[in-house]
Design a protein around this ligand. Sequence first.
Ligand SMILES: [Zn+2]
Length: 117
Amino acid sequence: MSIHCPYCGVRPIEEFSMRGDATTMRPGTSDPANMDMKLEAEWHDYVYLRDNPKGKFEEYWHHVGGCRVWLVVTRNTITHEIYSVVIASEHSISKQLSHAVDLKMTKDAPTKEGPSS
Ligand SMILES: [Zn+2]
């Protein structure tokens, strides 16, 4: 198995270290003054709970034996086929933007079904 690093090119898997699930989102705040039961539960899930899915999955990989960049690798956990490799900082920005849009839509919408007409 090999990974195509955006900076180094195709490199053997031994140069990389898998660093876990890239699909989790950090809860909104860690400020103890604003902590409630719901937020504590979100932090518990974020820190301790992980899925172990079959099939397509996004993972953090660190190119420790090369340029040391953090990557988000989308791969099939059964076949190990790699679908995409992106630089983690670029992936995080797009994910945070879409999360912010989701939060805004949830906040603005009167119901889960969306605004009434
Ligand atoms: Zn690299």
